[in-house]
Ligand binder design. Structure first.
Ligand SMILES: [Zn+2]
Length: 553
């Protein structure tokens, strides 16, 4: 690929003891004139923006759009068919779906769910996916609130955050929706963020992907999940991503894009209705789309990828939303503090720690913020990253004095105490916090980790087992549980817990491996042995069922 800066982001959002180093390569595409967007990137010490793409109708059957998307948007380079490996049978790229006959031959809900699980399996282990229970749960709660106002209330949605500074969001089959940190940064209000989520939810509930896939061969969409995740791979390793991209034809792409325009309009309309029904400021939608369209225009310096040139964030589309909004009653949305806090937290974990400290400080000194409390909250995390917990403590005190009272502050307090080496106080804070906010997952994760790190095995086991009633789907809690059993030398229980962790990462083969090890560990009683074997049987059946589906499909 062409010249690429390697930007290393050190993140330890999920567990502050173990920073994960994530290499994010990205290229300069152009200059974004809109000041607040530019500022967002400057804060991270880079002004590079690879591209901007609101819509993520990414997974089209012949992989053409995706190939285009990947060569274009991700690399900042115009689409060039010659770059692609044309290894698929040539007819597969010519079979274009007809929008009209769509709903007859769509993916079954079960197909969509299976694809969703395959994608979520990748999401669970991808280093590009933000591992932070607070940010993820916030986005999930926001998206769920929107989803409940969608035309299809049965549809499940899974939201996750991709660590990528480009402004993007994308929907995948089965209700899996990814949001880039860059989009989070560019949004000026919760309603703006919600307007993009609403649009993506619109793609899901209208089953656009399934409709586009309708006339394709099953072989083509069997690999959607793999193709989808080529996106994430392409991000951290462009060469590998390229290999996953296959057949493309220029005519096919153009035709695909025509369909996409229809889908875009429909997703906008559905999204707008969702936004209104869920009580958000509908004016945020045309406003944010205009912001993004402008940013697109400024990035067009001849290097604009063809996908962006033709991708439908058009004036026509924005005008359509604008007209609809004019007819809707004005509603003052409550632009919650949490949105600004989560945005500040994401920001605090970008760029060099000391630089981020200075940036937050400058913003506070010069009054350059939308929410003062959130700015101090972000500064505290920047101090923690810079290993200056005492300064973080001062920010915590400031927030308390200024009336902040929420689970995010309790978490920050506890994390700061842990960083100061005051482990018992930190643990007391986590536990008190959970009494007040029993559904705040990060408090549970924090306490579990703290107990493990201080070798308090029995306490950890009791605590985690209780928390699993509230958070039965959290793989991290199972991982900590496994660590506690390991500390006690209990092999059967350890591998049983690891197995359950893999189940929650949608990885059945690995889960089965762990339960097989558990069943042979010989250090459990009869009751545990039977339980492990019963579970093993269930999981094997489940796996067989899924594989059977593939064969029969
Ligand atoms: Zn879209």
């Amino acid at each position: 690929m062409n010249s690429s800066d390697e930007v290393v982001i050190i993140t330890s959002l999920g567990s502050w003891h173990r920073p994960v180093i994530v290499g994010v390569p990205f290229q300069t595409l152009g200059f974004m004139a809109l000041k607040h967007i530019k500022d967002a990137y400057q804060r991270a010490g880079r002004h590079a923006v690879r591209g901007l793409l609101l819509c993520g109708l990414l997974l089209v059957p012949a992989a053409t759009l995706l190939a285009n998307y990947s060569t274009g948007v991700f690399s900042g380079k115009p689409y060039e068919p010659d770059d692609l490996d044309l290894s698929l049978p040539s007819d597969s790229s010519n079979q274009l779906p007809e929008l009209g006959d769509a709903s007859q031959t769509v993916l079954s809900l079960r197909d969509e769910e299976k694809i969703a699980h395959q994608i979520l399996k990748q999401v669970a282990t991808s280093e590009d996916v933000l591992d932070d229970a607070e940010v993820t749960d916030y986005l999930q709660a926001l998206g769920t609130r929107l989803g409940e106002s969608s035309p299809d209330r049965q549809q499940k949605f899974y939201f996750f955050v991709v660590q990528d500074k480009t402004i993007n969001a994308f929907a995948m089959p089965g209700g899996v929706i990814g949001v880039h940190t860059g989009l989070f940064m560019a949004a000026n209000s919760e309603s703006e963020l919600a307007s993009v989520l609403g649009h993506e939810i619109g793609h899901v509930t209208q089953h656009h992907l399934a409709r586009m896939l309708a006339s394709q061969k099953y072989d083509m969409f069997k690999n959607i999940a793999a193709t989808a995740l080529a996106l994430l791979i392409a991000r951290s390793n462009p060469q590998v991503g390229m290999g996953a991209m296959t057949a493309a034809s220029a005519a096919g792409i153009q035709k695909q894009l025509d369909y996409t325009r229809e889908h875009e309009r429909e997703a906008d309309r559905v999204g707008l209705t969702i936004l209104q029904d869920a009580g958000f400021d509908v004016r945020a939608m045309p406003a944010f789309f205009t912001t993004m369209q402008r940013a697109t225009r400024f990035s067009d310096g001849g290097s604009m990828p063809s996908y962006l040139r033709t991708h439908p964030l058009t004036s026509e589309r924005i005008a359509d939303i604008g007209n609809r909004v004019q007819n809707l009653p004005y509603k003052q949305a409550n632009e919650g503090l949490t949105f600004f806090m989560m945005r500040a937290k994401i920001r605090a974990f970008q760029g060099a720690p000391q630089q981020m400290v200075e940036e937050f400080q400058n913003n506070i000194n010069e009054g350059r913020y939308q929410n003062e409390l959130a700015e101090h909250y972000g500064l505290a995390y920047a101090w923690l990253r810079a290993n200056q917990a005492k300064n973080a403590q001062l920010e915590v005190d400031w927030l308390v004095q200024h009336g902040m009272a929420n689970p995010y502050l309790v978490t920050l307090k506890a994390v700061t105490l842990a960083k100061l080496g005051q482990v018992p106080q930190a643990q007391a804070q986590f536990v008190q916090g959970l009494q007040q906010y029993p559904k705040h997952r990060m408090l549970a994760q924090g306490e579990a980790e703290s107990l493990i790190r201080s070798n308090q095995w029995p306490q950890a086991i009791t605590f985690i087992q209780k928390q699993l009633d509230t958070f039965p789907e959290d793989p991290k809690l199972y991982d900590w549980l496994a660590a506690a059993y390991q500390g006690q030398g209990k092999q059967m229980l350890r591998h049983q817990a690891l197995g359950e962790s893999y189940v929650r990462k949608y990885d059945l083969p690995r889960a089965i491996d762990q339960l097989e090890i558990a069943s042979k560990a010989k250090d459990g009683d009869f009751y545990l042995q039977s339980k492990v074997e019963a579970r093993l049987k269930t999981l094997r059946q489940q796996l067989k069922l899924e594989q059977g589906d593939d064969k029969n499909g």
